[in-house]
Design a protein around this ligand. Structure first.
Ligand code: AKG
Length: 203
């Protein structure tokens, strides 16, 4: 099988396939299992998200970041090693040093076979620094659009386990979403049913 090439999807948006090794993926799945409190986020509109989320560093409450979770419990800390991973990811995606990138919040989203995520902008951060996204488990269709509306033009990208996707600069506020996952596509050796996505951000 030919390796899938790294690809610029839009200016500032880069897909790096197979960025994490198999061992790194297994370790990250184990670590994600250890974080407690995955839950479906209730939206002010009355809807409930189909993904289950745990936050690190800061709690995302639509549409802001808080120090405490909805039930008043403390947020899981954002580990130093994850910030290091974020810097390495950004440097590889943009092919430039990223020593000054200091992510302090992560959203860890779990997708079961039916979960999806509607088109949205990540605009609750005050910082304009890039978002670093890591995928584990089942492949998904990741829809990466434009900054004007949730409609076309957009590009559908298959994100597979171990893939990195970075969006910053002119793409930082592009609408994006996950119309579907492809259940059962994960390597059984990973030991994960469904899909995990981590996004690292600067609050
Ligand atoms: C988000 O966390 O804002 C996402 O859009 C997640 C995207 C993904 O699951 O790949």
């Amino acid at each position: 099988l030919l390796p899938r090439p790294r690809r610029e999807i839009a200016p500032g948006a880069v897909h790096v396939p197979d960025w994490l090794s198999a061992q790194e993926q297994r370790d990250l799945v184990t670590t994600c299992r250890g974080w407690r409190g995955y839950r479906s986020t209730r939206l002010p509109s009355g809807g409930v998200m189909s993904v289950r989320t745990v936050c690190l560093g800061w709690q995302w409450l639509p549409y802001r970041y808080d120090r405490l979770r909805e039930d008043g419990s403390p947020v899981e800390p954002f580990p130093d090693w994850l910030a290091d991973l974020g810097r390495r990811a950004l440097a590889d995606a943009y092919d430039r040093p990223a020593d000054d990138y200091q992510p302090d919040v992560a959203l860890v989203n779990y997708y079961d076979a039916t979960a999806k995520m509607g088109m949205h902008q990540d605009k609750d951060e005050r910082s304009t620094e890039p978002v670093v996204s890591l995928s584990l488990g089942d492949t998904c269709v990741f829809r990466f659009g434009n900054t004007e509306s949730r409609n076309r033009p957009y590009t559908d990208v298959e994100l597979r386990s171990g893939d990195l996707f970075v969006f910053g600069g002119p793409a930082r506020l592009a609408f994006h979403g996950v119309p579907k996952t492809l259940p059962g596509t994960a390597d059984p050796d990973l030991g994960l049913t469904g899909r995990l996505n981590l996004t690292l951000r600067v609050s």
